[in-house]
Design a protein around this ligand. Sequence first.
Ligand SMILES: Nc1ncnc2c1ncn2[C@@H]1O[C@H](COP(=O)(O)OP(=O)(O)OP(=O)(O)O)[C@@H](O)[C@H]1O
Ligand SMILES: [Mg+2]
Length: 384
Amino acid sequence: MLVTHLVAKNWRNFKGLDVDLRERQFIVGPNASGKSNLLDVFRFLRDVAFTAGGGLQKAVKQRGGVSKIRSLAARKDPEICIEIHLSDDLNTPSKWRYQLAFVQEARGKRQTIVTRENVWKGSKQILQRPDEHDAKDQERLTQTYLEQINANVDFREVAQFLQSVTYLHLVPQLLRFADSIQGRIIENDPFGQGFLERIAKTQEKTRKARLSRIQNALKVAVTQLEQLEFERDEATGQPHLKALYSHWRPNAGWQREDQFSDGTLRLIGLLWALQEGDSLLLLEEPELSLNAGIVAQLAPMISRLQRVRGRQVLVSTHSDALLNDPGVDGREVLLLTPAAEGTQATVASDVDEIRALLESGMSVGEVVLPRTRPSRAHDLSTVA
Ligand SMILES: Nc1ncnc2c1ncn2[C@@H]1O[C@H](COP(=O)(O)OP(=O)(O)OP(=O)(O)O)[C@@H](O)[C@H]1O
Ligand SMILES: [Mg+2]
C-alpha cells in the first residue's frame, strides 16, 4: 500500500500541509525547513499504532508533549491533526483514509485527548469519534482506536501498515561501538544500533540472499572489497559482519564491521532496508558519507528495489548528485520553503517556473536545489 496524500495541521513547523505523495518522494529544503519533521509524521503514526505498550500517550510523550509538537504558528487553535490517504496504487481512488486529531487536556493530568478519529474505507466512513461510548466515558479519549486490537478490527490493514513503517538514519559510530557504548537502544532503533541483531534474526536463506545482493553492490562501490558474510562470534555469541578485502597478503584481508568505513556501513544499512519489508520506508539523507559517484546511483537503485517490493520510499536529501539523475521527475520532489507562518510544502512540478525548466531538459538537482540555498549562504565564510 502507498500513502498517496498527506494532510496535517499544526504539526511542528507546518501550520498546514496538504500534499500528494508518489511511490518515491524526495523531500528537499534548507536546514531546519522541516524535512525530518515531515518524516516524523509517519514515525508518529507508527508509534501510535503500536498495540503493545505504545499508543498515543507514549508517542506524544516521546516527543516532549503536545506543546513541543504543536506548531508555534498555531496561535489560538490548540488542535494537531494528521490525515493520510492510502491506496494500492497512485491511479486508484483511496482505499483508506485515516484522520487523527488531538489536543492537550487543559487541566488535571494534562493528558493527550483525541478530539477526532475518523476512518473511511473507500468512500464510506466506518469510524467517527467521539462516538456514543466516548460520550459516556471521556477517559476513552486518551486512547486511539488505532492502538487497540479489539477496536481497530474493521481497519486492521491500516494499523498493520503503520506498524511496519521503517525509518533509517544509520549512524556508523553507534553501530560500530555498540558493545563499548553499551547504550540503551532507542525504541524502533532509528540509528541502526541493533542493525546486526536484525540481520541475525532474519531467516538464514533470506539473509544470505540479501547479503549476496549487498555484496555485489559493495564490490562496485568499495575498492578492494570482495566478499561480505555474516558470522556469530563463537565465544560471545555476538552477531557480526565480515568482509574480505583483496590485499597483497593472502587470507589477511578479513575485517569485521568495526573496521568498515562509514560509507560502507551506511550503504549496507541502506541496501538492507530497501530489501526488508513492504511498508513505507523513510530514509534520512542517504547520501551521507557516500562518494558522489555512488550517490548518483541512489535514485535509480531505490527505484528498482522499490518496484520489486512495491515499497514506497520517502527520502530527505540535500544532494545535487542524487537529484541530478535524469529519471527523477518533478512530481517526485517536495520542496519545503520556510515562511513567517510556518513552512510551505510544494510539489516541485506544481511551480510553473520549475516545470518549464524541467521540461526544457534540466535536472531536478539543477532546478530545485538552488532554491533551497539560503540567500546569504555566501556570507558564511565572513561572519563565522
Ligand atoms: N512545534 C514547533 N513549531 C514550530 N517549529 C518547530 C516546532 N518543532 C520544531 N520546530 C522547528 O523545526 C526545525 C527543525 O526541523 P527539521 O529537523 O525537520 O529540519 P530539517 O529540514 O530536517 O533540517 P536539516 O536539513 O538540518 O536536517 C527547527 O528549526 C525547529 O525550531
Ligand atoms: Mg533533518
